[in-house]
Ligand binder design. Structure first.
Ligand code: GUN
Ligand code: FE
Length: 466
C-alpha cells in the first residue's frame, strides 16, 4: 500500500513535523516501511522496483494524514449512562451510577453487544484508534468488547476489573482468591480467542486492572502484582484522583502513591489515571518508576477538586497521554480533551496571575523567564498521539517500523472551495498551495473548530477501518 501526500505528526512535545509531497509505504503486516520525499532517490528506487501496475494513492490537496488519537482511560460499560449525574461527588457517583451500569452490562450479553458496538464505532468516528479500557468485573462481557474491537478494527487494552471489596453487595468479587481466579480465566480466554488471528492482526491486549485501592484487599493487590510480573502484562488503575478517594486510602495508613509503590505497582508498564494531585514530592517518584499517566481534564473538572499540573509534567519529561474517562468525562472525543487540556492550563496560569496581581507575561517573568503554566495546542496534539502511544509501548507518529494507525483529515476540497462545512477556510481555494506556515495556521484552525466531518478515513495497523 502506497500513499502520496502530506504527513503531519508530533515526535516530541511541542514539535510539529509537516512533511508534504512524501511517499509512504505500508508493509503487508501494517507497518510503515518507507517514508521519504516523493522525488528523493529512495522513493524513486522503491517505485521503480514495484510492478508498473502499482500506483500510489494520492490524497486530495488540503488533506493530510495524522496519527490516530489514543485514549488512555475510558470505562467502556459506563457509556451506558454517559452524561448523567456529574454533579455528585466521585464516591457517590460510583455507587449511584457506575457500579449499577457495570452490573447491568455483566448481566446481559445482548446489552453488552449493543453498547460496545456503538462505543467502538463512535470512537473510530472521533479519530480514536487506540484505547486503554476499564471494563467490568465479568469475564464474558470483556470478551465481547475484545471481539467488537477485533471485528471493527480498534486497537487497545482491555482491563477486566478486579475488586474484592465492593460496597455494592450485588456487584463485586467475593474474595481475593476468586478474583484472582477470574482474572486468570480472562487472560486465558482472551489469549485463546486471539490465537485465531495472525500476530500482526491481534489488536487487543489484556491489562491487569485493580479498580482503585479502596475496593481491593491487600491480598488481592499482592496477587495481581505477582500475576502481572509472571505473565508480563501491563497494569492500570486510578491514582490520586480526588480528595474523597485519597482520604479512604489514608485510612489504610499511607498516601495513595506510597501504597502503590510499596506493593511494587509503579513501573514502566503501569498506567495510572488522573494523578490529579501530582506534586513536587511525587514527580521524582513517577519519573524514576517511568509510570505513564492519563490526563483526563474534562473528568477532573467534575470529579476532582483541582487540575492536573500538566505544564510541570511535560517540563519534567514525564510520560503523559490524554483520557476521556467516560463516563466521568462525557465526551468520547480526544479532540475535546485536547482543547480542555489547553483551556485548563490557561486557567491555572490565569489563577497564578491573579494571585500575583500581574499579567500572563509578567507572571512568567516573576517566576523565572519562560516559566508558564499554560500548554499550547501543539503540545496537546503530542499528548493525543505520540504521548499516549509511547506510554503503551507503541508508536504514535509516522516513522519507519511503527504501526500505520492514522486518520485522514480534509480541511477543504475543490467541490466546496470554502471548506467542507466543518471548517470555513475562506482563503483556501482549490489551487492554493500550502507551505509549512500556512499548514500550521490551517492546522490550528482545524484543532480549534474542526470535527468528525473533516475526518475522511481511519486506518489501524495499515487496514482501513472506518
Ligand atoms: N475511581 C474508581 N472507579 C472509578 C470510575 O469508574 N471512574 C472514575 N472517574 N474514578 C474511579
Ligand atoms: Fe476513571
Amino acid at each position: 500500500q502506497l500513499f502520496v501526500g502530506t504527513f503531519i505528526d508530533t515526535p516530541s512535545a511541542g514539535e510539529l513535523r509537516i512533511r508534504s509531497d512524501h511517499l509512504l509505504a505500508i508493509s503487508p503486516e501494517g507497518y510503515i516501511s518507507h517514508l521519504a520525499p516523493l522525488h528523493s532517490d529512495s522513493s524513486q528506487l522503491l517505485l521503480s522496483s514495484l510492478p508498473t501496475s502499482t500506483i500510489p494513492t494520492e490524497i486530495p490537496p488540503h488533506s493530510f494524514f495524522l496519527p490516530s488519537f489514543t485514549d488512555l482511560h475510558l470505562h467502556a460499560p459506563q457509556y451506558l449512562f454517559n452524561g448523567t449525574g456529574l454533579d455528585l461527588p466521585l464516591l457517590e457517583w460510583l455507587e449511584r451510577y457506575a457500579y449499577k451500569a457495570e452490573e447491568r452490562i455483566d448481566g446481559s450479553r445482548e446489552l453488552a453487544e449493543r453498547v460496545y458496538e456503538r462505543l467502538v464505532r463512535r470512537l473510530l468516528d472521533n479519530g480514536t484508534g487506540c484505547v486503554s479500557f476499564f471494563g467490568s468485573i465479568g469475564v464474558e462481557s470483556n470478551l465481547i468488547l475484545a471481539k467488537k474491537m477485533q471485528e471493527l478494527g480498534l486497537r487497545g487494552f482491555i482491563g477486566k476489573l478486579s475488586m474484592d471489596q465492593s460496597p455494592r453487595p450485588t456487584y463485586g468479587e467475593s474474595s481475593a482468591s476468586s478474583s484472582l481466579q477470574s482474572i486468570a480465566q480472562f487472560l486465558d480466554s482472551l489469549e485463546s480467542y486471539l490465537s485465531t488471528y495472525p500476530s500482526h492482526e491481534r489488536l487487543v491486549q489484556p491489562i491487569i486492572t485493580p479498580r482503585f485501592i479502596p475496593v481491593c484487599s491487600d491480598e488481592l493487590l499482592v496477587g495481581l502484582q505477582k500475576l502481572a510480573k509472571q505473565r508480563d502484562v501491563r497494569i492500570q488503575s486510578h491514582m490520586c484522583e480526588g480528595r474523597d478517594q485519597m482520604d479512604m486510602v489514608m485510612k489504610r495508613g499511607k498516601r495513595d502513591h506510597e501504597y502503590w509503590d510499596e506493593l511494587g505497582f509503579l513501573g514502566p508498564k503501569t498506567l495510572q489515571a488522573h494523578v490529579t494531585y501530582l506534586d513536587e514530592e511525587m514527580i521524582p517518584l513517577v519519573k524514576d518508576r517511568q509510570v505513564t499517566m492519563a490526563h483526563c481534564p474534562l473528568s477532573n473538572a467534575y470529579l476532582s477538586e483541582k487540575q492536573f499540573p500538566l505544564r510541570e509534567a511535560i517540563d519534567n519529561s514525564l510520560s503523559v497521554g490524554l483520557g476521556t474517562d467516560i463516563a466521568g468525562g462525557y465526551s468520547p472525543s480526544i479532540q475535546t480533551q485536547m482543547r480542555q487540556a489547553v483551556i485548563i492550563s490557561r486557567m491555572r496560569e490565569g489563577a497564578r496571575c491573579e494571585s500575583m496581581n500581574c499579567s500572563f507575561a509578567e507572571s512568567a517573568h516573576k517566576e523565572g523567564a519562560g516559566n508558564h503554566l499554560k500548554v499550547d495546542w501543539k503540545e496537546s496534539l503530542y499528548l493525543a498521539t505520540r504521548g499516549g502511544k509511547k506510554g503503551m509501548g507503541l508508536g504514535g507518529c509516522f516513522e519507519v517500523g511503527m504501526e500505520f494507525d492514522a486518520q485522514l483529515i480534509e480541511l477543504a476540497n475543490k467541490d466546496t472551495p470554502t471548506g467542507t462545512g466543518a471548517l470555513d477556510l475562506f482563503d483556501l481555494t482549490s489551487d492554493t498551495k500550502l507551505d509549512d506556515d500556512s499548514w500550521t495556521e490551517n492546522l490550528e484552525r482545524w484543532w480549534c473548530v474542526g470535527d468528525e466531518r473533516n475526518r475522511k478515513g481511519m486506518w489501524v495497523q495499515g487496514r482501513k477501518v472506518a
